[in-house]
Design a protein around this ligand. Structure first.
Ligand code: SAM
Length: 351
């Protein structure tokens, strides 16, 4: 098995059965070797720096109804909010003063008539903080909206494909949503010159290891600059609220596989991982992740961006806990890299 890992590191590719074998492997020493190789590769490209992105959760209003998501349209148990332009700018200002140079605007999928507001918001952020990267994670829009957001100054876009298996995708989403449209959006984003991120929830209901292999192979072909992976965590007011939580171990294993496939990729150690495992963030970094996304949203709305139960919103998850994050990173010999952290095009120094 270690031989497979060596091949993945050297060639950045395995056959399907190789990926499946790595996912199935229950030998702890092999998994430890996988993480070690991934960590070495990440350190070869990024040294021991971890990029931080300030996350602003714009709104929990959503036109979609994904069966797993706590802010789905049908969830009536949730108090809805939408930040004002002024609140978003204040969050960015606070983030800028703390040292953040990437803002991630994430949110539920707003009604179509809010597109112009989003474009103006991005334009204002671009003018005020010209040295910062703007990442959007605002779901599916018609192509012209992506064009307008890009022209307004957005640099990056995160849109997890969620599952590359159409049958599995259909079990997680209502009939109005389609894998085809999700993939179309990803293609447009790439064509428009965004740095694009995609990914999945690990352990989402009905997900098989074969599904994950399909996801890996899609990501291999799509070549995103960012790869977003977190465990599925149930939210009690959703139709999938009684399914089991995904696995931190499998999530970290995937971070390592993707790091070996894409040495330069930006791979966040996600809040969901840190929610299900108190040491999740650190384990993610030790498996090859190199980004964390502390929360810059106003404190009074954070609890309402309730994607899943128990979502971590305080301490090192929060922007004001940045010192705590720094301390945590220093315990494993890492530090915050305050740069914009754009995707590196071609520097691979296999350590
Ligand atoms: N609406 C945008 C979209 O779909 O890309 C951005 C917001 S959406 C809430 C961000 C991500 O949250 C989704 O891509 C999904 O993977 C994740 N998410 C939603 N519900 C979750 C859950 N129950 N457990 C873990 N992750 C979840």
């Amino acid at each position: 098995m270690k031989h497979l890992i060596d091949i993945l590191r050297a060639e950045h590719h395995l056959e399907s059965n190789g990926y499946k074998a790595l996912l199935e492997c229950d030998d702890d020493s092999v998994v430890a070797y996988l993480h070690e190789q991934a960590r070495e590769v990440a350190q070869g490209v990024f040294a021991r720096g971890i990029f931080v992105r300030g996350l602003v959760e714009l709104t929990n209003v959503c036109r979609n109804d994904c069966y797993y998501c706590g802010i789905r349209n049908s969830n009536t148990a949730l108090e809805r909010y939408m930040l004002t332009t002024e609140q978003v700018l204040q969050s960015c200002q606070q983030g800028y003063e703390l040292g953040f140079r990437t803002f991630v605007l994430q949110g539920g999928e707003l009604p179509r008539d809010k597109a112009q507001w989003l474009v103006e918001l991005v334009s204002e952020i671009r003018q005020r903080w010209s040295d910062c990267a703007i990442t959007l994670s605002l779901g599916e829009w018609p192509r012209e909206v992506y064009v307008a957001l890009r022209k307004a100054g957005a640099d990056r876009y995160l849109l997890r494909h969620e599952s590359h298996n159409a049958e599995h995708y259909a079990k997680l989403h209502p009939a109005e949503m389609s894998l085809e449209n999700r993939l179309q959006c990803l293609t447009w984003l790439k064509e428009l010159g965004y740095q694009v991120g995609t990914g999945i929830m690990t352990g989402s209901p009905w997900q098989s290891l074969d599904n994950i292999v399909e996801d890996i192979e899609f990501i291999e072909r799509f070549k995103p600059q960012m790869i977003g992976l977190g465990p599925f965590v149930p939210q009690h007011d959703t139709p999938l609220g009684k399914f089991a939580t995904g696995s931190a171990e499998l999530t970290c294993r995937l971070y390592s596989i993707f790091r070996l496939m894409f040495p330069n990729a930006l791979i966040p150690s996600t809040t969901a991982l840190n929610t299900i495992d108190v040491k999740g963030r650190i384990k993610g970094i030790m498996a090859g992740a190199n980004v964390v996304m502390p929360n810059l949203s106003p404190a009074n709305v954070r609890g309402n961006y309730a994607l899943y139960d128990g979502k971590a919103i305080t301490n090192a998850e929060a922007a004001e806990g940045i010192e705590q994050l720094e301390t945590q990173l220093s315990t494993i010999g890492y530090h915050i890299d305050w740069g914009r952290g754009d995707h590196k095009q071609c520097t691979i120094h296999n350590a």
